[in-house]
Design a protein around this ligand. Structure first.
Ligand code: ZN
Length: 377
């Protein structure tokens, strides 16, 4: 990974937004876009960035604010409006509270906003607010998670990054995480960022460029480390036999059963949905799907919430007898889908009960289906 920062481009952003935003915010927009442009750093809507700056309120008074990514905005096409401004001092005062529920936190954040109609600021706003740095960048970059999701992540990361980063143990994003991250930073005031175990990482800087470069540099080093250790290398399994089930034969069966109004085995009603299927057949993908341990490997869970909102927690593995006829294949797929949907519904129910909340469940269909041993045609 290399830095995409360009001095000329940065100056153009300052010029372009002169009427709408100060230079801090314009540069915040610029480097947010640089991060958003790279899918190995963030996927659509993922990650967040902030800047602490001074703006004028509606009475013309100068006020210190935190401008942080708002919900519904994507870093890739960030605009100043996507960085709602919150009064920094009363935001920081929240740190004195012992606890703050997610609902109260959202409300507390909204009451500190300068513009009543601005989007809700990120769920990680308080983490940005409680740290003193001017520019802060946060992502769930794949390469970093390849280290941070390991059981011995602290050892691996210390080997790789030395003392440049401090470690924050896993807790769900929200008030408690924001407080803990600030405490960790205060114990390691010399660090350039925070590594959040099983979550992602933050870099800080006095300028947009400094924070961005630290971010990209760390990801680049993590990538080199992963390549050296062959974390991302899979041995290609043997080719499927020539007469095995083809994608062309399977796809219409899948399309017919996915999103159907009736779960064929259990008779449970689900909303009608129409899907477009896309075959992904790259050598790395095939190596994973045809691996003898795919049942186990594919059910570990995805690396980051950036993925889970697109892929669901687990893919469906269809271990079909690749010589079966259409009727048998169809029955097999229907049954496997039923089991998958039941498992998803159970999971949603269990988590709602655990948290004591009620949410509208999504449809229960898989988003990724792994079919070992199929041919592409
Ligand atoms: Zn995060």
């Amino acid at each position: 990974m290399r830095s995409l920062w360009s001095k000329e481009e940065a100056e153009q952003y300052v010029e372009r937004y002169r009427e709408r935003a100060n230079a801090d915010i314009a540069l915040r927009v610029y480097s947010s876009r640089l991060i958003g442009r790279d899918p190995s750093l963030v996927l659509h809507g993922g990650g967040n960035t902030s800047v602490k700056t001074v703006v004028r309120d509606d009475l013309g008074r100068e006020v210190e604010v935190l401008c942080v990514k708002g919900s519904g905005f994507d870093l890739q096409d960030m605009e100043p409006e996507g960085l709602p401004a919150l009064r920094l001092e009363p935001l920081r005062a929240l740190r004195h509270l012992q606890t703050l529920s997610d609902e109260d936190m959202v409300n507390a954040q909204r009451t500190r906003m300068l513009h009543a109609s601005a989007p809700n600021p990120s769920v990680e706003t308080l983490l940005h607010a409680f740290l003193p740095h001017k520019f802060i960048d946060h992502s769930h970059a794949d390469a970093m998670l390849s280290l941070l999701d390991q059981p011995d992540a602290e050892k691996l990361c210390t080997e790789r990054f030395g003392k440049r980063f401090a470690f924050v143990p896993y807790i769900m994003p929200g008030f408690a995480l924001a407080k803990l991250a600030a405490e960790v930073y205060e114990k390691h005031p010399e660090c350039q960022g925070l590594l959040l175990l099983q979550h992602g990482f933050f870099t800080f800087g006095q300028t947009a460029e400094e924070s961005y470069l630290r971010h990209v540099q760390a990801v680049d080093e993590a990538e080199q480390y992963c390549r050296k250790r062959r974390y991302w290398t899979m041995q290609r399994a043997s080719m499927p036999p020539a007469k095995s089930l083809s994608y062309a034969a399977l796809a219409p069966i899948l399309r017919g059963l996915l999103g159907s109004s009736r779960d064929e085995v259990g008779g449970v009603q689900t909303p009608v949905r129409r899907y477009t299927l896309e075959l992904r057949n790259a050598p790395e993908t095939r190596a994973f799907v045809d691996d003898p341990n795919v049942d186990e490997l594919s059910q570990i869970g995805c690396a980051t919430p950036d993925h889970v909102i697109r892929t669901k927690r687990f893919p469906l593995v269809l271990s079909i007898d690749t010589h079966a006829n259409e009727t048998v294949t169809r029955e097999h797929v229907a049954k496997a889908l039923h089991v998958y949907r039941e498992r998803y519904r159970d999971y949603v129910q269990r988590q709602m009960a655990r948290k004591g909340i009620v949410v509208q469940p999504l449809d229960a269909d898989p988003r990724i289906i792994l079919v070992p041993g199929t041919r592409s045609r």
